[in-house]
Write a protein that binds this ligand. Sequence first.
Ligand code: PEP
Ligand code: MN
Length: 333
Amino acid sequence: MKDAKKLTFVAIQMGADAAQIEAQLKGFGLWPHPQMGAAGHLGFAIEPHSMPIDPQKLQSIAGIADVFWAPSAHPLVDAQADRAFEDWSPKQNFLLIAGPCCVESPEQIGRSAQMAARAGASWLRGGAFKPRTSPYAFKGYGATALDWLRSAADAHHLKAVTELVAAEDAALVAEKADAIQIGARNMQNYALLKAAGETHRPLLLKRGMSASLEDWLLAGEHALLAGAEAVIFCERGIAGLGQNTRNLLDLATVALLKRELGQPVIVDPSHAVGRRDLIPCMAEAACVAGADGVMVEIHPEPGKALSDGSQALDAAGLQAVAEGLKRVWGRAH
Ligand code: PEP
Ligand code: MN
């Protein structure tokens, strides 16, 4: 990938003095990161922005068995390429995730779950903890809403995904949801990525509004290194000129992520465009670009939504998305 920096690995001999090797690597101006395996200390990963590396110099250190290079700075992301994620990249069907921006009441999330299930969605989304650009905006009903989300998902045989905004809530969110969403505003919140990864749940990693593809992949690497079962990349629009749509939907990067890197990738056209009339065509375009699925915001009564009402689809709008996706799925995959 363009601009990718290679990650260097040094393997150490069994029984070698890891602390001494680490000190010597640091003495060369390098920044080694210990790699542990079941059998103990395996070696070090050397971060790509360290000093230039002379492999001969490395090999001359007593106790080093081998020096090799990962083809990119995100080997764990690369390793999940083309892996079959039954729940996320179904080969037979396009993945549909639907639900309200925010979980507002048991009734609202229950009706949303029913709409989602009827339209063929397999996942229910809904925010319990909401990151809001304005500190005065509604921030969600928190832990209570997690219970409402779980019950609604179970009642309609759906899986549930919800956003984590604070590391201290990671265990709670992982207990109530099948996957953890990391929002655009937090894509580079590395402490949060670590806390989310440590739950071992799959993460739905939204792209930051001004993140490059490499920034996004490296955020995924943080989560996988911390233990995330998988990272599903979610394009939701990047900062654009701000005149016509809420954000600028970068479908070319979705195509690259899928075609060149084989990553699981979904598209959230709702936050990308911010207006419901453009969502069906952007969902189809996402499918044609190679996305494994789409995530859309819905509401049983969009006019009453506590957040993001202008982009919420009603039952008919959701049905239009589902039908459009069925139309293009066969041609695109
Ligand atoms: C959301 O999905 O509810 C959300 C807040 O999205 P984003 O992080 O993409 O803005
Ligand atoms: Mn929203």
